[in-house]
Design a protein around this ligand. Structure first.
Ligand code: ADE
Ligand code: ZN
Length: 323
């Protein structure tokens, strides 16, 4: 088999703000005259110990302060594409958090144009086809999300779909029914985080109330055998992020990760890096750690990579090229 970094793969669960490496954070802080609470690389790196999702989100939102101009967003995006190419990523579906930038006084045009500008030439510059997904913060109100979605549509932002992320527990899918209705009516594709820290009922509701086409994470689905049967029958794609789950303590250890059980149950799972700058690895490292931990054979690893391509929103022609 080709090495895991040359296995052609798609990355379907990736927060572009989660690709900001500590070096780039400090470089952008200097460039924009922003004072972070951490003056040195060592001080910043010392913050990367997480106890749960919220402890990570606090740092993730804090570090976004260095993103000010379109160029900052474009530089971050190109840095990711450079690294993703090395990981064998040939297609990437990239989420960004427009509300987190608006809250800091950074306009929609700045984040959208910066990221989308870099993505426009991703295929010619990096050999990676890309699409952009606007993710909405579930710990904000639905009214806020509705207003940002309306603005994105009004400005004809080049987004293929919407997602739902941030603090899951206490912010159930039922809070965002209208948002997903409006996005569907606008012809957008629908994905949402569910079952990362939240219970299996959030996965059911993400399918039934929001009509999501893909579930980001979904690992807690294994606690509900009826849900597993449904996910298997409908082949709902689950974008699993092993290193993220370990670092955010959604699982006790990599050995305790439900990935083997998910595969054995016939679920449509693929591997993703979520916020690679924070969790210790890009796409190929997520493949490597599970290959080693679970002694996966070539067929299994190739199946995981093929699932990522078939579950993507790439065109039929692009999928055929990559399979
Ligand atoms: N935002 C960035 N990474 C996230 C994650 N793993 N879960 C929820 N929201 C996120
Ligand atoms: Zn995520």
């Amino acid at each position: 088999m080709r090495s895991l970094s040359t296995l052609p793969k798609a990355e379907l669960h990736l927060h572009i703000e989660g690709t900001l490496e500590p070096e780039l954070i400090l470089e952008l802080a200097t460039r924009n005259h922003i004072t972070l609470p951490y003056a040195t690389l060592a001080q910043l790196r010392a913050q990367y110990e997480f106890t749960d999702l919220q402890s990570f989100l606090n740092l993730y939102y804090e570090n976004m302060a260095v993103l000010v101009t379109e160029d900052d967003f474009a530089d971050m995006t190109r840095a990711y594409l450079t690294r993703a190419r090395e990981a064998g990523v040939r297609h990437a579906e990239i989420m960004f958090d427009p509300q987190a930038h608006l809250a800091r006084g950074v306009s929609l045009a700045t984040s959208v144009n910066g990221i989308a500008g870099a993505l426009a030439s991703s295929e010619s510059d990096f050999g990676i086809s890309t699409v952009l997904i606007a993710a909405f913060l579930r710990d904000e109100s639905q009214d806020s999300a509705l207003s940002v979605l309306a603005d994105l549509l009004e400005m004809k932002a080049p987004i293929i779909g919407i997602g739902l992320d941030s603090a899951e527990v206490g912010n159930p899918p039922s809070k965002f029914v209208k948002l997903f209705e409006n996005a569907r009516a606008a012809g957008l594709r629908l994905v949402a985080h569910a079952g990362e820290e939240g219970p299996p009922s959030y996965v059911w509701d993400t399918l039934d109330l929001l009509g999501a086409e893909r579930i980001d994470h979904g690992i807690r689905s294994v606690e509900d055998s009826l849900l597993v049967k449904r996910l298997a029958r409908e082949q709902v794609p689950l974008t699993v992020c092993p290193l993220s789950n370990v670092r955010l303590r959604a699982v006790d250890s990599l050995a305790a990760h439900p990935l083997p059980q998910m595969l054995a149950s016939g679920l449509n799972v693929c591997l993703n890096s979520d916020d690679p700058a924070y969790f210790g690895g890009y796409a190929e490292q997520n493949f490597e750690v599970v290959a080693t931990e679970f002694a996966f054979d070539t067929d299994t690893l190739e199946r995981l990579a093929a699932n990522s391509i078939t579950s993507s929103f790439a065109t039929v022609e692009r999928k055929a090229q990559l399979l």
